[in-house]
Design a protein around this ligand. Structure first.
Ligand code: NDP
Length: 251
């Protein structure tokens, strides 16, 4: 493993499956103690913990709906009680819905904002003061290229991810002098259950407009997340790193 995270404590929201699970596995393999947060997937979270422990890691699973501030705070409290002060927070939990403008209203809008935006805020706010007090912390948010370009079939999702990118930019600057670094990864199409929302024809079309002509893998996101958590990226603050096979190029 390229990084030594021995002794570090990491919380990965939505860590029982998909990108979150790949991140949790990677951080554990690098020596970090990992708290896997889940909301509904209790069995998968326990399986993930069992797997990390079998591989020699130290891991726990904690249930919390990150869109509820009290639950987000309780998640961090339990992680700190069982593992120690939190060094790394990976705000990965998120939902995605395909819905044209005439197919959704305030219910989907608010649900998306609650989980994808408020969840990132609540979890970050539950750890940032401790990180500032200790003079060390790393927060990596998982946004999406949807936050960087127009998504007419996913307006709420795209807006939520743009908000995460803006949050990262401003919070990154606010905390940098305290050695708390905040950055974001913006993936393109990654092979997880989130793709169940697309049919094969839509997936083929998305692959076709991807210069790399393929879907990304969760371990590739985990690799970029661990880079942003590591000291190798020490001068990277408030940034959004794109991982999309060339689909989106920032100027
Ligand atoms: P999955 O649908 O596979 O996983 C979503 C995760 O989010 C699950 O672990 C789920 O936990 C968790 N989650 C959802 N709602 C809550 C909540 N209220 N509280 C706590 N956890 C919650 O998706 P991915 O792994 O693909 O996505 C992970 C992140 O990556 C998301 O933020 C997504 O927007 C982003 N992303 C994904 C892309 C892709 O193509 N896959 C592309 C760009 C960004 P549980 O099962 O316990 O409810």
């Amino acid at each position: 493993m390229p990084y030594d995270f021995s002794g570090k404590v990491a919380v990965v929201t939505g860590g029982s499956r998909g990108i979150g699970l790949a991140v949790a596995r990677r951080l554990s393999a690098c020596g970090a103690k990992v708290c896997i947060n889940y909301n509904a997937s209790e069995q998968r979270a326990q399986q993930a913990v069992d797997q990390l422990r079998a591989e020699g890691g130290e891991a726990i699973a904690v249930q919390a709906d990150v869109s509820d501030q009290q639950q987000a705070q309780e998640l961090m409290r339990q992680a700190e009680e069982q593992l120690g002060p939190i060094d790394f927070l990976v705000n990965n939990a998120g939902i995605f819905d395909v819905a044209a403008h005439d197919e959704f209203g305030e219910k989907l809008w608010h649900r998306t904002m609650k989980i994808n935006v408020d969840g990132v805020f609540y979890c970050s706010w539950a750890v940032k003061d401790g990180m500032v007090a200790r003079g060390y912390g790393r927060i990596v948010n998982i946004a999406s290229i949807a936050g960087l370009e127009a998504k007419p079939y996913a307006i709420a999702y795209a807006t939520s991810k743009a908000a995460v990118i803006g949050f990262t930019r401003s919070l990154g600057q606010a905390l940098a002098a305290d050695n708390v670094r905040v950055n974001t990864v913006a993936p393109g199409l990654i092979d997880t259950e989130i793709l169940d929302g697309f049919d094969q024809a839509q997936l083929d079309q998305l692959i076709d407009i991807t210069p790399s002509k393929r879907i990304g893998q969760a371990h590739e996101v985990a690799s970029m997340v661990s880079f942003l958590l590591s000291d190798e990226s020490d001068f990277t603050v408030g940034q959004t790193l794109v991982l999309s096979g060339g689909r989106v190029n920032l100027p």
